[in-house]
Write a protein of this length. Structure first.
Length: 976
């Protein structure tokens, strides 16, 4: 190949290319963010990358045309270079098209590099300190025989494999980065204890990493139990341990996560025994506990589990104390050490009922995957069935079952002997290092509100906090509406009370809150006549004192008399979700309780048709208008949802704008130039910032079960504010939290990231957390709405499992936490769930998303889908029902029904209104990215470099053919 010789002409061509490219890129950078009178809405990455791609396509076409114009003959020595140049040009074009397609994902991935790391560090350190506080108030003292705790000595032996493989929370969206978390040994040492290093070494030598999950492999928990055999403890090890201390701490942990429920059969797992489930101690764990009891004077059990285990072994006289700590998060083990030392007095209360036999819950036989045997179909070379799950327990979830099951329906008396055989620790149970006395100081009904004042006195020797719990007992008619014997109606936590100090706590709730839902006769909420006992209780079982409230006649909350908290009266919406199910009834426990595991059953033709129906039910609508008013989204910050200015703003959106807004919903929302909407970044999750794409991680907070176990709404709101501050420091606006699904079963795989078996506690705690995050400018997406209380076949790819329930259970138990949060905190985001309610995917249920959520409760804001599954999630039908935003990493192509019809465009406009309302009422403008991201500069540099090289290559390898002689002759002749 000849040596390159640059002539003035070649230099001019090269310089021209560079000048054109540089000019266009500089022009784009100046216009990547639109100007306006309001705060900048930041860089529109899609706009920038889109134009860069268009420019590359134009230049590529120009270069090809130029080469065709020049190419007549290519020297053999340059054919390879020419071919490689053509290939490189194709690669460059494909590369830019791909970058354009994935621009939002790429930008989100690199977003962590653009944040202020010092502010991130500051907010994370504050969050870690708060996590310790939450763990301290959320840990529950279950046993403390002979006041063994607080410990007097400083030397501790720690037994149990779990002591060196602790569980900080869970896995999946509710997980967190655990690399720098405080472990148990460090937490004890920070509290002044000295730990037996020989035992630490013994367990470290047997360490097996716990299986992790990721987006490609949602395995749930690692249910293997690697507890060493007792025979592995040498005589010298035990002798030195007894010489080191007379105290043994025995640690048991249980974990789970997104993607699977807790197994009820351990035979296939390490350390498991056939016939045992994961919430029981394994044989090796029991042997380890026996070893500790035989060799040490003081035995303290630590339960590092967010799931209710079977704890009958704690009643052994040789087990002196037991502390439940759940998932303590980043610094919670510091609090564990401080509780054992006495620096913290535990004040947590259980949020679940602890039965001696966890399989005794009426939900047990209906947790799992159950197919319709006649629904077989082939998909991607596999055979599938449509699946179902029956909520056969009706309203009898958790304590609503256990506190009602042993009541004589005629006398109202409890069979205490039977109850005590079934329940070890009731809902709301928890001990303290001190004693408290609670007494009713005042009781009155003020209009339609019940008020109770409770005087709480610390009668013990230590400072501490107490929890005041208020329940009601409604009148029950045999064969009438299903009713729980007790229902939590209010709660509060005291301040830190010194010995002999008193605080008066005021609790109130609306009379209408005691109404039951009658889906059969009145199809409305009904407050039945009779005596309602308003009970001050230590927990869901033990009454301290009681007052009565009389209802003279039935009060029906129908269209003419809606509940004051409702925007529109509640009436039946889910008659098609009841199905052909035998539901548990209080009037006939024996005849209605499920006695065996659910089995495959046959679906009717009508049901199969409904399950398979993916058609879009197109309606009629007026054409939408398009007009420019010069409005910016920021102009509507704080403006009422129904203000006419919203109509004007929405008319500025093109169909393409709306399509982008709806479909680019995976951990983000896109910038929209026409209304100057900034792009936002959204992230998981319930235990702290946990971004799937950017891998940004914040502090790992305690599991949600521990948060709820504080029973402290003020502290939880403080935690929400901490989450909001961390999000803001990381330029994150939306948070996929909190999870408020019900602990329907102890075996629910994600119970760690939901609060409780009780609807009121879940709703109040979730509402408080949401308020805190919203106070800092975040918007939250409360999840998973609704009836999404198990992980097994959670979306039953590719069909979605059908969930069957009574409407009474739905309204009183499973929807109630969301209702409380919508009405109390004014959340502007909710995440719909994977499952179906009856035959219809939740995201397509206008009964749920429109009639109940928006019309009855008054929700204003965005409903986002869970991670999009196109096999059964119909975006178009979802838009019509009120599912506004699609959680997916790539835009989903809305079909012609949506984009090309008046009906579809009206649905798009409605969804756009909801999304924009959520975003503008947040800190989106404060964290908008105003500088061109570094990766865009890299993209430009790559394009300029490669394209310049290609111009050189094509110029070097091609040349024009000289004109034929006859043409030269003619040209000369004409010239003459």
């Amino acid at each position: 190949m000849k040596k390159l010789k640059m002539t003035k002409k070649k230099w001019a061509i090269l310089g021209g290319w560079l000048a054109i490219v540089a000019f266009i890129y500089l022009y784009l950078f100046n216009h990547g963010k639109a100007s306006g009178s309001n705060p900048s809405f930041g860089i529109n990455v899609q706009f920038l990358v889109g134009w860069i791609t268009k420019i590359i396509l134009v230049l590529a076409i120009s270069l090809v045309a130029y080469s065709i114009y020049r190419i007549v003959k290519i020297r053999k020595t340059r054919k390879i270079l020419y071919a490689l140049s053509c290939l490189l040009l194709v690669v460059l074009v494909i590369f830019n098209v791909a970058v354009n397609q994935y621009a939002m994902i790429i930008n989100t991935y690199f977003s962590a590099s653009q944040i202020n790391q010092s502010e991130v560090k500051k907010t994370k350190e504050q969050a870690m300190a708060l996590t310790e506080k939450v763990a301290g108030e959320g840990s529950v003292l279950l046993e403390n025989k002979n006041e063994v705790l607080p410990l007097q000595g400083k030397n501790i032996n720690i037994f149990g494999y779990a002591s060196r493989n602790v569980v900080y929370g869970g896995t999946g969206s509710g997980g967190g980065k655990e690399d720098n978390n405080i472990d148990l040994q460090k937490g004890l040492e920070n509290a002044g204890f000295k730990v037996n290093d020989q035992l630490t070494k013994f367990y470290d030598e047997r360490y097996v990493p716990r299986e992790k999950i990721n987006i490609h492999k949602l395995v749930g928990g690692d249910f293997n139990i690697h507890e060493p055999k007792v025979s592995e403890y040498s005589e010298s090890l035990m002798t030195s341990a007894k010489e080191f201390s007379d105290t043994a701490l025995v640690v048991f942990s249980r974990n789970s996560g997104e993607g699977a429920d807790i197994t009820n059969e351990m035979k296939d797992y390490t350390g498991g025994t056939k016939g045992k489930h994961y919430l029981e101690l394994s044989e090796d764990e029991s042997a380890t506990l026996d070893l500790a009891k035989e060799n040490f004077d003081k035995v303290v059990v630590i339960l590092n589990s967010s799931f209710p285990m079977e704890l009958g072994f704690l009643e052994d006289e040789k087990v002196d104390a037991a502390l439940w700590i759940g998932g303590p998060g980043s610094t919670g083990f510091n609090a564990v050490g401080e509780i054992l030392s006495g620096e913290i007095n535990p004040s947590g209360r259980l949020v679940d009922t602890y039965a001696y036999d966890e399989t005794s819950a009426p939900s047990f036989n209906n947790i799992g995957e159950f197919p319709y045997s006649n629904s077989e179909f082939d998909y991607e070379k596999n055979t599938w069935h449509y699946k179902y799950v029956d909520y056969a327990e009706s309203i009898y979830v958790g304590y609503r079952y256990y506190e009602t099951r042993y009541i004589n329906n005629e006398t109202g008396k409890m069979d205490e002997a039977a109850y005590e055989k079934a329940v070890q620790y009731p809902f709301g149970y928890g001990l303290s290092y001190t004693d408290f006395k609670q007494e009713i100081s005042d009781f009155k009904v003020d209009g339609k509100e019940i008020n109770m004042s409770v005087k709480v006195t610390n009668t013990g020797k230590h400072s501490g906090k107490d929890v005041v719990q208020l329940y009601y007992t409604p009148p029950y008619t045999i064969g009438g509406l299903e009713k729980s014997h007790v229902v939590l109606s209010g709660f509060a936590k005291t301040k830190e009370l010194a010995p002999n100090e008193t605080e008066e706590v005021n609790l109130s709730f609306d009379v209408e809150d005691m109404a039951s839902y009658d889906e059969t006769q009145h199809k409305a909420y009904v407050l039945e006549k009779g005596t309602y006992n308003i009970n001050l209780m230590n927990n869901a079982h033990d009454i301290i004192d009681s007052k009565n409230y009389e209802v003279a006649k039935d009060v029906i909350f129908n269209k003419e008399n809606k509940r004051e908290s409702d925007q529109r009266s509640a009436t039946n919406q889910f008659e098609d979700a009841k199905g052909d199910v035998q539901y548990v009834s209080r009037w006939d426990w024996e005849g209605t309780m499920p006695k065996e595991m659910a089995k495959p059953k046959t679906a009717s033709k009508e049901l199969l048709k409904a399950l398979k129906d993916q058609s879009v039910k197109e309606g009629k609508a007026d054409p939408i208008k398009f007009k420019k008013y010069g409005l910016e989204l920021y102009d509507l910050k704080g403006v009422d949802y129904n203000d006419p200015k919203w109509d004007q703003l929405l008319e500025q959106l093109s169909v393409k704008d709306m399509e982008n807004l709806i479909t680019y919903g995976g951990f983000q929302t896109p910038a929209i130039n026409s209304v100057k909407k900034p792009a936002t970044i959204d992230a998981d999750g319930p235990a702290g910032i946990n971004h799937l794409v950017s891998q940004a991680h914040g502090n790992q907070y305690t599991s949600e079960v521990v948060v709820a176990s504080t029973w402290n709404t003020k502290l939880v709101e403080e935690m929400g504010e901490s989450l909001g501050k961390e999000a803001k420091a990381s330029n994150i606006t939306g948070l996929y939290l909190p999870g408020v699904n019900i602990h329907r079963s102890p075996f629910g795989g994600r119970n760690f990231e939901y609060y409780s078996e009780d609807a009121l506690l879940s709703g109040k705690i979730g509402s408080s957390l949401s308020k805190g995050a919203m106070n800092q400018g975040s918007y939250v997406f409360m999840k998973h709405f609704a009836m999404y209380d198990q992980e097994t076949r959670r979306y039953e790819f590719p069909t979605g499992a059908a969930t069957w329930s009574t409407e009474q259970a739905m309204r009183e138990v499973f929807l109630k936490p969301f209702e409380i949060a919508v009405k109390d905190s004014g959340i502007t985001g909710i995440m719909s769930s994977y499952n179906r309610i009856g035959p219809k995917w939740v995201g397509e249920s206008d009964a749920l998303l429109q009639n109940v959520l928006r019309d009855e409760w008054g929700f204003k804001g965005t409903v986002i889908s869970d991670f999009y599954k196109p096999q059964y999630m119909n975006v178009d039908q979802g838009l019509s029902a009120g599912n506004d935003l699609v959680l997916y990493l790539l835009p989903t192509k809305l079909n012609k029904v949506t984009t090309g019809t008046d009906w579809g465009q009206q649905n798009m406009r409605k969804a756009s209104h909801n999304i924009l309302y959520t975003v503008v009422n947040s800190h989106a403008y404060e964290v908008a990215e105003t500088n061109v991201p570094n990766w865009i500069y890299l993209l430009v540099s790559i394009n300029i470099t490669v394209f310049t090289f290609l111009v050189f290559c094509f110029t070097k390898t091609t040349h024009r053919k000289k004109p034929a002689r006859k043409f030269n002759f003619l040209r000369r002749k004409n010239h003459k």
